[in-house]
Design a protein around this ligand. Structure first.
Ligand code: CO
Length: 147
């Protein structure tokens, strides 16, 4: 059902310093910057090889999920996103098998993806995201490190 790791989501207080670090220390390239209002985050995707990414997340406010995560746990790994072929089918199957879903239905993710989260209570403490690529046409332009 899960075909590969699509991205690792990392919570940071400030995107500026984090992006700079991942670019200069690890040589990753920014492929997308988006504000996702319904998740309360400003996020930057950096390519880490073919089709896998690091997703840096800065909260838009303190009372957002990532804002609360930072207050409680500090900066660090926030979630793991797995690629699936069909997010609706994956959600239905996981729900039937008793996994607790945060999202009963998929929602829009960055870069035109359709996503849904599973509750860490059901997954050994790891917030888990399902990602289906290329569902929606991305509405914001990808930016490169040179732009
Ligand atoms: Co994510």
């Amino acid at each position: 059902m899960f075909t590969r790791i699509h991205h690792v989501g990392i919570a940071c207080r400030s995107l500026g310093g984090a992006v700079e670090f991942y670019e200069s220390a690890f040589g990753l390239t920014v492929v997308s910057r988006e504000i996702i209002e319904d998740q309360g985050v400003h996020e930057v995707m950096l390519a880490a090889g073919d089709g896998s990414y690091v997703q840096l997340l800065e909260p838009l406010a303190q009372d957002t999920p990532v804002g609360k995560f930072l207050a409680r746990r500090g900066e660090g790994i926030h979630h793991v996103g797995y690629e699936v072929d069909d997010v609706d089918a994956a959600l239905a199957s996981l729900g039937e098998s008793g996994v607790q879903l945060i999202d009963g239905r998929p929602r829009h993710g960055s870069m035109g993806t359709s996503i849904a989260f599973l509750h860490p209570r059901s997954t050994g403490g790891v917030l888990t995201e399902l990602v289906q690529r290329d569902v929606y046409r991305s509405t914001t332009k990808a930016t490169s490190r040179d732009s």
